[in-house]
Design a protein around this ligand. Structure first.
Ligand SMILES: [Zn+2]
Length: 170
C-alpha cells in the first residue's frame, strides 16, 4: 500500500482500513502476542502553519511483556499524530531536536502506508514496558505448608533424638 505523499496531502485524500498486527514484521518482534488488528485512518492535510502533512490516527491494543514480572501487559493505543512532509532527509533531521516541533517524515512518490503505521506503533512501545501501577501476579496455587513446630512436642522429640545421636560414640 503506497501513496504519493505530497499529492495525497495536497488533494486532502483519505485512506482507512484495518490491518492485522501480524503483518508488521518489525513490530512483531516486540509483541508477546500478534493477535489483533490496527484500525488506521490516514488523511492528507495541512498543519497549522500551512505545511503539507499527513494525519495518522491509530487504534489498537498491543500485547507486550512486562519487564518487571514477565507477565502479559496490554498497551491500548489511540493515537492521532500529524506528520509534516519533508522533502529531504536534512529537513527531517532539522525538526528532530525540538520536542515541541511536530514530527516530520520524508515524503516520496511511493510512501508505504504500512511503514508509516509500523513506525508510529514502534515509537509508542516503551523500551522496557512495565505495568503502570503494580504488577498483578496471576493466581498461583500456594500449597499451605504448616510452619514447622519447633517449640511443640515434635520439636522437643527431635531435639531429644539429636541429643541422643550426638552422645553416640564415634
Ligand atoms: Zn508487571
Amino acid at each position: 500500500m503506497q501513496i504519493d505523499g505530497f499529492r495525497f496531502a495536497e488533494h486532502g485524500e483519505k485512506q482507512q482500513g484495518v490491518l492485522p498486527l501480524v503483518s508488521f514484521t518489525r513490530l512483531r518482534d516486540v509483541l508477546r502476542d500478534t493477535e489483533g488488528d490496527v484500525q488506521y485512518c490516514l488523511t492528507g492535510t495541512r498543519e497549522s502553519q500551512g505545511r503539507l502533512a499527513l494525519r495518522l490516527q491509530l487504534d489498537t491494543a498491543l500485547q507486550l511483556t512486562c519487564q518487571r514480572c514477565l507477565e502479559p501487559m496490554r498497551l491500548p493505543v489511540h493515537t492521532d499524530v500529524m506528520l509534516i512532509l519533508a522533502r529531504t532527509e536534512a529537513e527531517v533531521e532539522a525538526g528532530g531536536d525540538d520536542p515541541e516541533s511536530p514530527d516530520r517524515v520524508l515524503a516520496s512518490s511511493a510512501m508505504s502506508v504500512d511503514g508509516l503505521i509500523e513506525d508510529e506503533l514502534l515509537l509508542l512501545v516503551p523500551f522496557a514496558p512495565r505495568h503502570a501501577a503494580q504488577c498483578v501476579l496471576p493466581d498461583r496455587v500456594h500449597h499451605a505448608m504448616p510452619s514447622e513446630d519447633t517449640t511443640g512436642s515434635l520439636g522437643k522429640l527431635r531435639h531429644l533424638l539429636t541429643s541422643t545421636d550426638s552422645r553416640k560414640p564415634n
